[in-house]
Design a protein around this ligand. Sequence first.
Ligand SMILES: Nc1ncnc2c1ncn2[C@@H]1O[C@H](COP(=O)(O)OP(=O)(O)O)[C@@H](O)[C@H]1O
Ligand SMILES: [Mg+2]
Length: 351
Amino acid sequence: MKNVVVLCGGRSAEHEISLLSAASVLNQLDRTKYRIAVIGIERDGSLYVPELLRQRLGLEDVEDLTFPEGDHLACILARLKPVTDIVFPVLHGPYGEDGTIQGLFEIIDVAYVGAGVCASALGMDKIQSKRLLLAAGLPVLPFATVNRSQWGSQPELLSEIESRLDYPMFVKPSNLGSSVGINKSKNREDLQEHVSVAFHYDDFVIVEQGIDAREIEASVLGNETPRVSIAGEIIPSREFYSYEAKYVDQSSRLLIPAPLTDTEMERIRDLALRTYEVLQLEGMARVDFLMDRHTSEFWINEPNTIPGFTQISMYPKLWEASGLAYPDLLDELISLGLGRHQRRRHLSSRR
Ligand SMILES: Nc1ncnc2c1ncn2[C@@H]1O[C@H](COP(=O)(O)OP(=O)(O)O)[C@@H](O)[C@H]1O
Ligand SMILES: [Mg+2]
């Protein structure tokens, strides 16, 4: 029996989707192999009281879960450490997927599922990850970056961006996710407004060349020798895969496998693996692509290091379609997390 601590909820806009993902994970973890404790993080960073968390997860009649209580997540995790084999963060966005909580796991020295500190942080940082992918010769759309002080002091900035990129452009806070603060700018007036909006969410903003794109995604799993699923396609319910399309309408459709030629499918799978290697991802990632509808070129959009995990989410669905059932996927993620922790134990930090 392994003791698994599942973390869910969290301080990001994807709080609700995290609870849905966690409910699926809790339903599918094999109880003959795992003893499970669940910790829910409220939107303000405090912890759920057990009764409310059970209710929010729709698990009222599940008896065999424990809900540790305490005043701070760090204290609970430290207290549970002697009886924890691994932590499974089913959290999305800032404070869950961006390396911060992974840093806490490292400090406590407990094994965890998914990417390490640096890869998690890169996975959330659109500017830094794109710079690295570009340096590795991988295809990312042309982009410009703006920081807050430049925005306040350089009136020529918009013209400079316009000289490098054509409308439409996509304006995004560098570190966020779930499409919050992202807008499509069709002219200078939009651009001016959308950059200001993005600065509500982050100190760094990325402006990208917008294209008319299909959205293709592939799932990657592993540490040193990752493997990749077949690719799927998202058909967003709105003009692009916005926050509304993701979480409000929920009528976007998934096509699995994505309707692609064999050559295109291989190209995507290869690019997904190369992205994983360049960013030193571990555990899992869903790598998202934009495929130009006119030229059929593929552009790497971003990795998601803790992708949605409901039973209808792309990441587990792609594995299922590639021959790996959901409970087996969970087993593998846990063993990858344990393996990484073991391996790192043997690294020396002394001369
Ligand atoms: N350069 C682009 N060209 C066309 N569509 C884009 C571009 N960048 C983003 N989008 C659209 O916006 C959505 C959200 O952008 P993305 O970079 O994936 O942010 P997030 O991390 O919030 O998911 C994408 O799924 C896609 O629909
Ligand atoms: Mg995205």
